[in-house]
Design a protein around this ligand. Structure first.
Ligand SMILES: CC(C)(COP(=O)(O)OP(=O)(O)OC[C@H]1O[C@@H](n2cnc3c(N)ncnc32)[C@H](O)[C@@H]1OP(=O)(O)O)[C@@H](O)C(=O)NCCC(=O)NCCS
Length: 203
């Protein structure tokens, strides 16, 4: 097993590592359950927005000098209305929430604690730079009988619960992306999960 180095980037250090995030997103999200047929142009639009947030953070896992996984986070208030409106609609001030974006790790490096380290590093980043009460992320919803679901697919729900997150299945957002099985963008539903960072009661 290769020992990986985990490092958090933010501020002016963010721009040079954005291409690694784009590559890993396109590579890892092609698989179930995201089925994302990513292209560099849409990645660039997404990353330009992401990097505008002054307290955005990116956690990278390196095998030697090679980035093999990464995980992003930024204040929900700076993550755009598609993500923040469901919180405001539920009476949660988006300013109290730090949003955790994707975690993507190349398959051969899984099962050795990098995913756990991604959560720990993002929580540390949120606590260091903000007074946010909650961390939140969202995950795509797929029907259990989806034709592209692999036989041995394991849900990450238990992994997320063990990180202290609580599912909010009735609190959702939608995002559109072109899938490996479609010719055009498809609107997908993603459900939120939340965790208290400060001991404040979860809504
Ligand atoms: C999500 C993802 C990054 C998790 O990666 P991972 O590195 O395999 O996860 P980990 O190894 O940290 O955790 C898996 C389990 O192994 C355990 N583990 C194994 N070796 C470990 C070690 N050396 N140290 C700590 N934990 C270890 C973890 O504790 C965890 O078990 P637990 O939930 O019972 O605590 C990875 O599955 C992935 O890229 N998936 C595809 C993309 C995706 O769906 N992302 C999520 C939505 S954005």
């Amino acid at each position: 097993m290769v020992a990986l180095r985990i490092e958090t980037f933010s501020g002016p250090d963010l721009a040079p590592v954005l291409p690694a995030l784009a590559r890993l997103r396109i590579d890892v999200f092609r698989a179930w359950p995201y089925l994302y047929d990513g292209d560099p142009a849409s990645e660039e639009r997404y990353l330009v927005e992401f990097a505008k947030a002054p307290t955005a953070g990116l956690v990278l896992a390196f095998d030697g000098e090679e980035p093999v996984g990464c995980s992003s986070c930024l204040p929900l208030a700076e993550a755009g209305p598609a993500l923040s409106v469901p919180f405001a609609a539920r009476g949660i001030d988006p300013a109290r929430v730090f949003y955790f974006g994707e975690s993507v790790l190349l398959p051969r490096y899984r099962g050795q604690g990098v995913g756990v380290a991604f959560f720990a590093a993002r929580e540390a980043h949120a606590r260091r730079l903000t007074a946010c009460d909650f961390a939140a992320f969202c995950a795509v919803e797929r029907p259990p009988d989806h034709p592209l679901k692999p036989a041995g697919a394991v849900s990450l729900d238990a992994f997320w619960r063990r990180r202290g997150f609580v599912p909010y299945p009735d609190m959702t957002c939608t995002m559109a992306w072109k899938q490996v099985d479609t010719a055009v963008d498809v609107t997908n539903t993603l459900a939120f999960w939340m965790k208290s960072l400060t001991g404040a009661s979860l809504p």
